[in-house]
Design a protein around this ligand. Structure first.
Ligand code: NAD
Length: 435
């Protein structure tokens, strides 16, 4: 290895600084919801900061023999209701404040569903698509090794998020298991969820977030007496969440007419087949250039008239101009934190319903919990059982949110957060604040 300084991987992206700070958005939501739910000032103060923030700089050898430095994060927001739980993101925009916001939203998501998990999130600041599988494996294993006992099956349980998948989770699991004594190895399988089936993953986990989104949409449609068959929808981001939500929603008779990803946006008023588009994306890595649709600009994408819009890319993509342009009846937040604070009143004034992230995309953490339980009990549930349990829980929570909103006369985001904060507040009231 040469004595020259090891270059930092992927410097900060210029576009990110234009967006508001996601942590401030999460803070503002906490402040508003705390007032509605009547949360004690102490609990609000505790939740306004994560418990632990870990930053790890680590070197990894690239395929060409050179070493590069990577910056990884793990933020543990709250474990008052159970072990820290939340995804690992690989993306060039990953920052401490982004991970802090995402970790807080995980706390509220678990509490909303009454799942015995707290909230955490992590990530590495780099673009995975610029690396070979061998490099991705070394980056993942080196990061997991550096995390060491800062994760654990009863302490902090990672899962996939943007830029990560079942394979990455399996490398994390395997690295962690190999750090344990031989007799304890198998007791540690549940240190991560979202694994491949062979490695101990759950049936239905890969599609769970998309499936949960569609449960929210069908409940909304029932509530609003809206006919999904013959309706139209648009999706921003065609990765794990966006593609599965599109395919599952298509089964109701709804038609996707526009979508887009990091490379650009596409439109076809007669419909885009999400199954064929998924095959195309699997080959090319993007929706860009898909022959069954025409390219449109980002601005035109947000102005497309449709019944439902599913943001399923990154946070804070719906700013004021996008809120003004949107011409839909319902927004279902597949992504975490896709809506800026200033954009929300505009959407409400326009009469657009909004199903908030901590409810809409919670199918993933719900089935992660089922995976964790199956591993803990050495069980394997079949797909029907997982889907039945998920459907029941999503419907129950959706109803609870709409009832809370009606009772407190607030919007669904504040209602979902209010339910979550009530549970956390109660736990602190019963246990007290140590010492
Ligand atoms: P993914 O990496 O599989 O897909 C992300 C998609 O967003 C890709 O199509 C990518 O090209 C697109 N994208 C990236 N930057 C973009 C940009 N600037 N403009 C438009 N599109 C862009 O990630 P995912 O797992 O599908 O996650 C998407 C969102 O859903 C994230 O906010 C994530 O936190 C949230 N989420 C994921 C899960 C899960 O189970 N994977 C669970 C809950 C919430």
């Amino acid at each position: 290895m040469s004595a020259a300084p090891i270059p930092i991987q992927d410097p900060p992206s210029a576009s990110h600084s234009a967006k508001p700070n996601p942590y401030l958005v999460a803070q503002e939501q906490l402040d508003r919801a705390s007032k509605i739910a009547g949360i004690s000032p102490e609990v609000r103060a505790i939740l306004s900061q994560p418990k632990n923030e870990l930053i790890i700089n680590f070197p990894v050898r690239m395929d060409n023999g050179e070493y590069r430095m990577f910056k990884g994060y793990r933020v543990q927001h709250s474990n008052i209701l159970g072990p820290y739980k939340g995804g690992i993101r690989y993306h060039e925009q990953v920052s401490l404040d982004e991970v802090k916001a995402l970790a807080a939203w995980m706390t509220y998501k678990g509490a909303l569903h009454d799942i015995p998990f707290g909230g955490g999130k992590g990530g590495i600041k780099f673009m995975p698509r610029n690396h070979s599988q061998a490099e991705l494996e070394r980056i993942t294993r080196r990061f997991t090794h550096a995390l060491g006992s800062n994760i654990g099956p009863e302490y902090d349980i990672p899962a996939p998020d943007v830029g990560t998948n079942g394979q990455i989770m399996v490398w994390m699991m395997d690295t962690y298991m190999n750090l344990q004594g031989a007799t304890d190895k198998n007791a540690n399988r549940r240190v991560v969820t979202g694994k491949t089936i062979t490695a101990g993953g759950s049936y239905g986990r890969e599609t769970a977030t998309g499936q949960g989104i569609v449960h929210c949409i069908t409940e909304w449609a029932r509530d609003r007496r809206f006919e999904l068959n013959g309706s139209t929808f648009t999706v921003q981001g065609f990765g794990n969440v966006g593609s599965h939500a599109s395919k599952i929603l298509a089964r109701t008779g709804a038609t996707m007419i526009a979508t887009g990803d990091y490379k650009g946006y596409i439109f076809n008023g007669d419909g885009i087949n999400p199954f064929k588009l998924s095959e195309y994306v699997a080959k090319t890595g993007s929706v860009h250039g898909y022959p069954g649709a025409k390219a449109i600009s980002r601005a035109d994408f947000f102005a497309v008239q449709a019944d439902i819009f599913i943001p399923a890319a990154l946070e804070l993509e719906i700013g004021v101009p996008e809120a003004k342009a949107l011409n839909v009846k319902l927004i279902v937040e597949g992504a975490n934190g896709p809506t800026e604070t200033a954009a929300e009143p505009i959407l409400h004034e326009k009469g657009i319903d909004l199903i908030p992230d901590i409810l809409a995309n919670s199918g993933g953490v719900v089935v992660s919990y089922y995976e964790w339980l199956q591993n803990k009990r050495s069980e394997r549930w079949d797909l029907e059982e997982v889907e039945e349990r998920l459907a029941k829980r999503m419907k129950r929570t959706f109803l609870a949110v709409t009832e809370y909103a009606a009772q407190k006369k607030c919007d669904w985001r504040m209602a979902a957060m209010g339910i979550a904060l009530d549970r956390i507040n109660k736990a602190y009231a019963e246990r007290g604040i140590f010492p």
